[in-house]
Design a binder for this molecule. Structure first.
Ligand code: LLP
Length: 449
């Protein structure tokens, strides 16, 4: 307690623009994206992963996992910074193409792509389609026959690794919906190569998301590459590529800052892991691919809210046992003008965030706060636990950090609350890159008989 002081608050500038100017011009709540920070992070991640792959004697393609946050502008930034784009639906594909992304730079994912989506991807000439099930092999083959094209495909497998993350974010153990068991790979690859229109380029595995430890990647790479000799015998050539997915975790709170892996370290470890696993498997190092999403955009986004009401809850006798709450005898509930409709992550994964007052300084001592939304659920929480100056009050602007990934993307219209716009800031300039919705637009969706 008291480690962070109220005086840390002040008038926040993002990309050279005052938070208060942003809310005055564009309203509240508001998603704000620092364009230069996003671009710099994209470059840093690409350079780290490619540089380390080159150090061990291969190269890497870095796909931005656009599900984290996609707009036409963002897709352009990514391509300009040298990233390829991973899409997971026909809609994401549409946006990437509208941004002018070279289709050959697009990887198309999904465990239940429709025939129409597959046809669109094949016709557009996407670089790779990631096959997620047996049924899809024939569907993609049919689409290539209809379009008179050949299609590069990867096969998504489960390495059987249990990534240490929230259950809903772990994806490479067997008992979940994505990918095929690694033991089925030989049969599937035999099936794939039997189709003239399909070119098998390698295995794909995404072990999960918001991962802090690299052990899971090590085990995954070892298991996948362990099958490459057998698979190469089936295809008749060395399998050229290996895609290890994304999932690199980020710090959401100052407490996590020390734990979150640095991209340079992850890149070096992954390159070493793949190099060692290739030697062990007796194969040449494949070309690598990665699909980071959260780590590219997460920390360069901020959400601005306006405080509407506050209330104090006396914690004595409530059985509040969380050690982080100890030392406080009351909790200040701070209600803002958004909530789980613009950030579902605390409700979905109990993710915590970091909040600061962004419109003024304060010399008040800290209060234990919980920032909550305006929706009709007690789980409608934006920040589970943080400290703010005890004089936080209606009308204050709050800035919640690291909301760049999976916040706009998971947003909803719960309680008929319109989605806020997304504003990009750079060099003191602000511009809207995604329009917000209005209540009138939401009303118009209701059919009046
Ligand atoms: N590749 C594949 C195949 C994926 O399924 C995902 C994420 C990624 C890459 C990117 O993972 P990242 O680097 O962003 O961790 N809504 C959740 C995250 C779901 C992630 C789904 N797949 C959240 O808000 O934490």
């Amino acid at each position: 307690r008291g480690a962070r002081r109220g005086s840390e608050c002040g008038v926040l500038k993002i990309g050279g623009v005052r938070a208060t100017e942003l809310t005055e011009q564009f309203g509240s709540p508001l998603y704000v994206v620092d364009e230069e920070a996003t671009r710099a992070t994209a470059r840093e991640i690409r350079d780290a992963l490619r540089g380390e792959a080159q150090r061990v004697g291969t190269d890497a393609t870095v796909y931005y996992a656009s599900k984290a946050f996609l707009s036409v502008e963002t897709a352009k930034w990514m391509v300009e910074e040298g990233l390829a784009i991973d899409v997971a639906s026909g809609g994401e594909l549409l946006v990437a193409l509208a941004a002018g992304v070279d289709p050959r730079l697009i990887g198309f994912h999904g465990n239940n792509k429709s025939e129409a989506e597959i046809a669109r991807a094949v016709e557009a000439g996407v670089g790779t389609i990631i096959i997620d099930s047996v049924i899809e092999v024939a569907r993609i083959a049919a689409a290539t026959a209809a379009a008179g094209k050949r299609q590069r495909v990867r096969l998504r497998v489960n390495s059987g690794v249990h990534a240490s993350t929230h259950d809903y974010l772990a994806t490479a153990h067997e008992d979940q919906k994505f990918g095929m068991p690694l033991s089925d790979a030989p049969a599937l690859v035999r099936e794939i190569v039997s189709h003239e229109g399909l070119e098998f380029v390698g295995l794909h595995c995404h072990i999960g998301s918001q991962i802090f430890a690299t052990e899971g990647f090590r085990e995954s790479a070892r298991r996948l590459l362990g099958s490459y000799v057998e698979l190469s015998e089936i295809t008749g050539t060395q399998i050229p590529e290996l895609n290890l997915g994304g999932g690199f975790g980020i710090a959401y709170t100052p407490a996590q800052a020390g734990e979150a892996p640095r991209i340079a370290d992850i890149a070096r470890e992954l390159a070493d892991i793949v190099a060692a696993a290739s030697v062990e498997a007796g194969i040449e190092l494949p070309h690598l691919a990665f699909e980071p999403g959260r780590s590219v955009v997460g920390q360069s986004g901020v959400t601005l809210y306006t405080v509407g009401t506050t209330k104090r809850v006396d914690l004595t006798g409530t059985g509040a046992t969380d050690p982080a709450d100890l030392g406080y005898t009351e909790r200040l509930y701070v209600s803002v003008d958004g909530g789980m409709s613009d950030n579902a992550r605390p409700a979905l994964y109990e993710s915590d965030y970091h909040v600061r007052i962004a419109n003024r300084e304060s010399s008040e001592g800290p209060a234990l706060v919980r920032v909550v939304g305006k929706h009709c659920e007690s789980g409608d929480i934006v920040v589970i636990r943080d400290e703010l100056p005890a004089d936080v009050q209606p009308g204050d602007t709050l800035a919640v950090a690291s909301t760049g990934a999976y916040c706009w993307a998971l947003s909803s219209n719960y309680n008929f609350v319109p989605r806020p716009p997304v504003i990009a800031v750079r060099d003191g300039e602000a511009r809207m890159i995604v329009r917000g919705q209005t209540e009138t637009e939401l009303l118009e969706q209701s059919i009046v008989a």
